[in-house]
Write a new protein. Structure first.
Length: 46
């Protein structure tokens, strides 16, 4: 079993967000980068 996460400095288009949701991929993007440590910890804990 693996976990997937896509990290992008830029906001992602809606189509890419929908695709990530379909494939159970965590997204960290745009302003979320400021809290990247917290976001990664939350993602790992899931």
């Amino acid at each position: 079993m693996t976990k997937k996460c896509l990290i992008s400095y830029f906001p992602l288009p809606e189509a890419m967000r929908n695709r990530a949701k379909t494939y159970n991929i965590c997204l960290i993007e745009g302003t979320d980068i400021q809290r990247i440590k917290q976001k990664i910890q939350e993602w790992i804990a899931k």
